[in-house]
Design a protein around this ligand. Structure first.
Ligand code: SF4
Ligand code: SF4
Length: 262
């Protein structure tokens, strides 16, 4: 098992490097999650918070603990979720109608926020209402250690989202404070040749990332050979996160999703 994990990580790093050697419009980033391998440990959630120095209430990635079926025929599954990087993102339409350029769909598929424009509650609420996947969080300027003798340095160190240096300062109304936030497929890490933090941290090796346009990539191989499912595909959003459902039926997965989207 440890050998297999290492092999997947090495291969995905190579896949990312190959993708970076092509023009951006020829890349097609996707995330693949093998539901059967997720053990619900939440290591991905913690690594995302650490990578992006997210404050209280901001969790780009969550793992839902779901029970489906009726006793005695029940099953339990863990469903990791983040922004789906939709190819037809309703959030962008809603936000850009209020502040043009607040949300951008990149040619490689990643849906990015412009932290200088995606500011304040009005544009955040419009995007949040439009997103069918509850992907947005609002940075209200709070800190985990705000009521202690001093703010800890792990909360005041910079983050590098979107390839820029961001420092959250107490009492300062500057991005990313008073700004909507969400998963960005770790674009800053990709640009440095690394796979997303949540993927490398996954203890069950349940997550994969790479370029779907590259037939040699691990993600392309998995999606070619295993049945997959995308959440709320019927809405026409064209999400870029695929779930390998293994022994779970599509009906069970739909029931699972419905439990969180009631
Ligand atoms: S999941 Fe939500 S936030 Fe992400 S691209 Fe789709 S609509 Fe936008
Ligand atoms: S891809 Fe990066 S930003 Fe998105 S959930 Fe994973 S760690 Fe967080």
């Amino acid at each position: 098992m440890p050998q297999l994990q290492e092999d997947a990580n090495v291969r995905m790093r190579e896949d990312v490097k190959r993708a970076l050697s092509k023009p951006v419009e020829e890349r097609s980033w996707v995330m693949v999650i093998d539901i059967e391998k997720c053990i619900g440990c939440h290591a991905c959630t913690i690594s995302c918070i650490a990578e992006n120095v997210s404050p209280p209430g901001v969790t780009y990635r969550k793992v839902f603990d779901i029970e489906t079926g009726e006793y005695p025929d029940v099953k339990r599954l863990f469903m990791p979720t983040n922004c789906m990087h939709c190819d037809n993102p309703p959030c962008a339409k809603a936000a850009n109608a209020i502040v043009p350029g607040a949300i951008e769909k990149r040619p490689d598929g990643i849906v990015v926020l412009n932290y200088k424009k995606f500011r304040g509650k009005k544009v955040f609420e419009a995007a949040t209402i439009a997103c069918p996947y509850t992907a947005f969080y609002y940075d209200d300027g709070s800190f985990y250690t705000q009521n202690t003798p001093k703010l800890e340095s792990y909360e005041t160190r910079p983050s590098f989202e979107y390839g820029k240096k961001w420092i959250r300062k107490k009492g300062k109304d500057e991005p990313p404070i008073e700004t909507g936030r969400k998963c960005h497929f770790c674009l800053h890490r990709l640009n440095a040749g690394m796979v997303p933090a949540c993927v490398t941290t996954c203890t069950g090796r349940a997550m994969y990332f790479g370029d779907l346009n590259d037939p040699q990539s691990l993600v392309a191989e998995l999606l070619k050979n295993k049945p997959s499912y995308r959440v709320n595909e019927n809405l026409g959003t064209k999400p870029r996160v695929y779930y390998l459902h293994g022994t779970y039926t599509e009906k069970e997965l739909k029931e699972g999703c419905a439990a969180c989207h009631e």
